[in-house]
Design a protein. Structure first.
Length: 310
């Protein structure tokens, strides 16, 4: 995969990878370019059938390339175990850092309206927290960490503390109150106003939107091949397999009440073929999911309060 001056190459054996890297190095030299060997690293995804496989040894110009367990590519952290643990932790860390940089200048200023603060949060902090979420395959535990991080952000923006005991749902209503922006009256219904939702709602919507974009690509495009690819060799261990991206996508369709409509189609490509129709449909279902999410939160909160009384 190539992007600007960054490149990620894949191989199924140490010999093939050595040939590919050596070819890149020589071709770059022919065009007067130099490969940054200090920034070039190797990441090995060990098969479960052979977890003790030795690290590959790749030598370029008498220099052995470093083997790592994770590396950053286009701002996202990739791991050799194909999980999003480090990536989500990195997103939270960066969002917290950016939030604290604006504390004295924005969040603490009482003369700034809450509407303006919410716009700053939606423009700077929230994208930092959810960058790359289209490709995440998160767990419920990871999502709770993301929701907890946003809850603390919104609580600080609203000038509340833990002593106020304000709920997450009430915070969302308070932050988004009177946040409608009349400058976007001309825009599509889904683009109006300052929309701050639960992180889960946004991540599910982004994943469906991105997958629709990939499904409409040509059959020979790499993202499309990866989305529909199947492993022909190997055998997994007994027990429940790891949650795949397509399993998460299927769960998104269920949560957005779209799986029934999807089942009526022959293929997923037919389901998302009309871009405008697809976008309007998932945006509408995202609003319904957010309402249900809020109602479930309120019900669980009330149930806990009743339990404490008894």
């Amino acid at each position: 995969m190539l992007f600007a001056d960054d490149a990620a190459v894949c191989a199924t054996s140490e010999e093939d990878l050595n040939i590919i890297i050596q070819t890149f190095y020589e071709v770059f030299a022919d065009f007067g370019l130099e490969m940054a060997l200090k920034k070039t690293v190797i990441m090995l995804q060990r098969p479960t059938s052979n977890p003790n496989i030795t690290d590959p040894v790749i030598n370029i110009n008498n220099k052995t390339l470093q083997v790592v367990d994770k590396f950053k590519y286009l701002g996202s952290v990739l791991q050799n175990n194909a999980t999003a643990d480090k990536e989500i932790a990195s997103r939270i860390q960066k969002a917290v850092s950016n939030f604290h940089k604006l504390y004295q200048r924005v969040w603490k200023k009482k003369h700034l309206k809450l509407k303006l603060k919410s716009q700053v949060y939606r423009t700077i902090i929230f994208p930092t927290l959810t960058y790359g979420c289209e490709t995440w395959n998160w767990s419920s535990k990871q999502m709770k960490k993301l929701e907890g991080t946003q809850y603390r952000f919104l609580r600080s923006i609203a000038g509340k503390t833990w002593r106020d005991k304000i709920s997450y749902v009430d915070l969302l209503h308070l932050i988004t109150k009177d946040a409608y922006n009349t400058n976007f009256d001309w825009a599509n219904e889904s683009n109006k106003g300052v929309s701050i939702t639960a992180v889960e709602t946004y991540c599910r919507l982004s994943r469906l939107r991105y997958t629709g974009h990939v499904a409409r690509m040509g059959e020979n495009r790499i993202p499309n091949l990866i989305l529909h690819g199947e492993i022909l060799q190997g055998q997994r261990k007994q027990g429940r397999p790891k949650k795949s991206f397509r399993e998460g996508l299927k769960n998104d369709l269920h949560k957005f009440d779209l799986f029934g409509k999807y089942s009526e189609q022959n293929t997923f490509q037919e389901f998302v073929a009309d871009r405008d129709k697809w976008r309007k449909m998932i945006n509408k279902q995202a609003q319904n999911f957010q309402k249900n999410w809020e109602n479930n939160k309120v019900k669980k909160s009330n149930a806990r309060k009743e339990k404490r009384k008894h």
